[in-house]
Design a protein around this ligand. Structure first.
Ligand SMILES: NC(=O)c1ccc[n+]([C@@H]2O[C@H](COP(=O)([O-])OP(=O)(O)OC[C@H]3O[C@@H](n4cnc5c(N)ncnc54)[C@H](OP(=O)(O)O)[C@@H]3O)[C@@H](O)[C@H]2O)c1
Length: 316
């Protein structure tokens, strides 16, 4: 089978290669899935380069523990381990498998049956490969959103932002999106009421205040974000610079004692609420692609440089 394999950390286009390798055999608790679509995520950008260094602590200090990256997929079950009860031959499945393993950049993957779920019939393979990770980051982060709130999404043109806008609009919120101007046309089509170019303007210094701020790229101090919140407002981040996240964790805990404003960091629970997300919001992921597997090394670089719009999807 065809797979994207790397054996040392480095630039995606230098270390990641298309190879023919043996098809895996599922263990008793696993299913063999024929991957139809997969997508590129922050994990791939970090894991292939071993950067930030934390990735090497998690995924192999000197050489990568997982030699095939990729953590989001949709596909068809082709073989079922003897102890699997949840899935059967021919089931259409999808999911974010990052809690269990990696390796979706391949024609086949043998995976714990509990790491994936049945795909709704109306969802295409491409949409299904784009939704689980970013969709649930957005959904779990916006759990407490209310009708007609004033919402700001920072990093609005990426995977999470382009799904979060659909959730916010479901609640008739007024939504501002912050990203680079190259993504503004796409963002306006998606329904953003206002757009801010983060390279030109700092949204924490405009004087505008929000009920909810969803941040995909925390890069400022907790105090900067507090200034941009209304008195009962909530700031929730899904990712960003480590030092800023540590500051947010510290100040968030302290603040909860004497203020009604909230600073929160979301720890994703993979696949939790996926059915609800589909049923409630009928999300249509903004797809960049679909591309061919041979393009994955280039696409990881493209993703890392922030040039993508929405979710980068690859069809096997
Ligand atoms: N909480 C968890 O459990 C968990 C788990 C896994 C991953 N994550 C994190 O979740 C986030 C996933 O977001 P995503 O999939 O939407 O990422 P994404 O597709 O890379 O989108 C991020 C967007 O932010 C923009 N951006 C970059 N720097 C910015 C800045 N300083 N201000 C405003 N916008 C900026 C990028 O555009 P340009 O680069 O073109 O500017 C890009 O459009 C990542 O931060 C990831 O590390 C969290």
């Amino acid at each position: 089978m065809k797979a994207l394999v790397f054996n040392k950390y480095g630039k995606p286009e230098e270390v990641l290669q298309v190879k023919e390798i043996d098809k895996p055999k599922p263990k008793e608790n696993e299913v063999l899935v024929n991957v139809k679509s997969t997508s590129i995520n922050d994990y791939d950008w970090g894991m292939v380069r071993g950067r930030p260094k934390l990735y090497q602590l998690l995924f192999g200090l000197f050489r990568p523990k997982y030699t095939i990256p990729g953590m989001e997929l949709s596909g068809i079950v082709e073989e079922v381990g003897s102890k699997v009860t949840e899935l059967k031959f021919g089931d259409h499945v999808y999911g974010d498998i990052s809690e269990v393993c990696f390796g979706t950049f391949a024609e086949y993957i043998a995976i714990d049956a509990k790491a994936i779920v049945t795909k709704p019939a109306g969802l295409s393979f491409e949409q299904a490969a784009a939704l689980p990770h970013a969709g649930l980051l957005a959904y779990q982060a916006l759990k407490e959103i209310k009708e007609h709130q004033k919402v700001l999404i920072n990093g609005a043109g990426g995977g999470v932002g382009t799904i979060a806008i659909q959730i916010a609009k479901h609640y008739n919120c007024e939504v501002t999106g912050v990203d680079t101007s190259a993504k503004f046309d796409m963002m306006r089509t998606q329904g953003f009421d206002h757009v801010i170019d983060y390279q030109q303007s700092d949204f924490t210094k405009t004087g505008e205040k929000y009920d909810v701020i969803l941040d995909c790229k925390s890069k400022k101090s907790a105090f900067a974000y507090l200034k941009a919140l209304k008195p009962n407002g909530t700031y929730v981040t899904v990712g960003g610079d480590l030092t800023n996240l540590i500051g947010l964790l510290f100040w968030g805990k302290l603040l909860s004692i004497f203020s009604k404003k909230k600073l929160q960091i979301l720890a994703l629970k993979p696949n939790e609420g996926l059915d609800e997300l589909n049923k409630l919001f009928n999300i249509k992921c903004q797809i960049d692609g679909p591309y061919k597997p041979e393009e994955i090394p280039r696409l990881i670089q493209y993703f890392g440089e922030g040039k993508h719009k929405g979710k980068v999807v690859v069809n096997f």
